[in-house]
Structures are given as structure tokens and as C-alpha cells.
Design a protein around this ligand. Sequence first.
Ligand code: AMP
Ligand code: MG
Length: 277
Amino acid sequence: MFPAVDLGDLERYRVHAGGGAVKLADIDPRDRQGLSFGKAEAKKATAADIAEIDRLQEILYAQAKHAVLVVLQGMDASGKDGTIRNVFGQLSPLGAVATSFKQPTEHELAHDFLWRVHEAVPPRRMIGIFNRSHYEDVLVVRVHGLAPPDRVDARYGEINAFEQHLAENDTTILKFFLHLSKKEQTRRLRARLEDPTKRWKFSPSDVAERERWDDYMTAYEIALERCSTDAAPWFVVPADRKWYRDAVIARIVRRTLEALDLAYPSEMPGLDKLRIT
Ligand code: AMP
Ligand code: MG
């Protein structure tokens, strides 16, 4: 189950279960009211939060009782890759695993939409990070009509049941929507085109997707409203500033780990009498 955690001012970004319609236009991608500090202090706080996440991750691993799943969603260039590098990149590779979900293969499409996702969920003791996720099946699939509307409609409930099932099996789920403005996306996509080290990230389809921006926002609003549950909450993270995005996510992950009953396993009986000779 998602632990009781008081996130202070960051609670403003949680989408409350049963809270009614979500209007992304009313949420500022440059909002800074969740944290009381500016850029320099935020960077220090993020570094401290990451160090603490790393410390707690070792206990999570040793204890082998909980799994943690972090879902990252957002438009192209919203910072999913950057978040993984900045916030989770310093964890031990033994204890963290990131999975990117691309266009499904023929083999994947022959199964139900959760099949490839269930295979990738973290086992107990691991932090799993999803770069895109099963939500694509109610986002890109909805926007482009890749499945019949009644099938897409059924998926919200199926996703909630799936996440509830994971939660009841010791998985703590955190879902972050990286809320980018279209203006900032324009800037970042242009930079991608101009920078030879970033051009590989650019796909001509990004331009076509951008043209469906409003449809995507609507699809996100529906998913956020229907699938933010007590077991697996969504957070809308202002993402126009990278340092702010990282600071918010690092703090929420840290607070969530702190709220779990993490403890090193108790000593095995008789260990104190063992002598290494
Ligand atoms: P990227 O994250 O930029 O590497 O792009 C991955 C692409 O795969 C995105 O355009 C996604 O929308 C697409 N994608 C991921 N999952 C699905 C899915 N279930 N159905 C269709 N397209 C998907
Ligand atoms: Mg892309």
C-alpha cells in the first residue's frame, strides 16, 4: 500500500483520488510553490535527498520486503530521461532498474497490454523506474485510435486493478507526470535539432505528436483523474525548470521511502558466536 506520507507543500502536486476533473491548463509548468527555495539551494537539497535515497535503497535491498515502482510519463522532451539520470543515476545498479517502453512489438501486441509491463515490474528489494509505461495504452493509443474506444475505456479500470494488485503485493507505486509547457517543448526540440549530441533523440514523429498537443493533454487529464488512487497516486510535476523537476521528484521519493518500515534484517541467531578464523 502507499504509505501515509505528509509531503508538506509538495502535496499541491498530488492528484487526489476521487478529486474530480483535472485541468492541466490551471497548473503552471513553472510553478515553484512546492519548495521554499531557489535554484542553488534546490540543487543542494536534491543532492542531499539523493544521498538519503541511496542510503534507504540499501536497506530496502537488505530487507527484501518492499518493491518500489516509479512511473515517469510526459510529452517528448519533458525530461523523463534526464530525471532518470539525475535522480536515480547514482543508485547502485544492483538495486535499481529502469525500463523504457517503446512502440509494442508484434509479439507484445499479440498479448494483453499489461503483459509486457507486468514482466518489467520490480521484484521486492528493487526500485524500478518506468520511462513511459502502461499509460501509453490510454495516451498515444487513445489519441491515435490504435485500439477501439470501448477497449481503451476499459483500460482505466484494468490499470487500477493491476496497480492495486501490485500494491497489495508489497509494491509502493509513485507516478509522475512531467508537466511541460508547449513553449518549453519548442525550445527543447529546437535545441535537439541543433545539437549533434542530442539529435539522435529527435524523431520526425515528435513534430506530428506536437500537433496533437491538445488531444494529449485531454488524454492525460482523463488518465490522471481516473487512475490516481490511494494505492498508486499521480503527481503533476512542474517540469519547465529541470532543477525544480528533479528537486520535487527526489523529495517525494525520499519522503515515501522514509515512510516505509525500512529496517536492516534482524541478526540471525547464533551469529554472535561465530568466529572468522
Ligand atoms: P521515446 O520515448 O521517445 O523513445 O518514444 C517511444 C515511442 O513509443 C513514443 O512515441 C510512445 O508513444 C511509443 N509507445 C510506447 N508505448 C506504446 C504503446 N503501448 N502503443 C503505442 N505506442 C507506444
Ligand atoms: Mg521521443
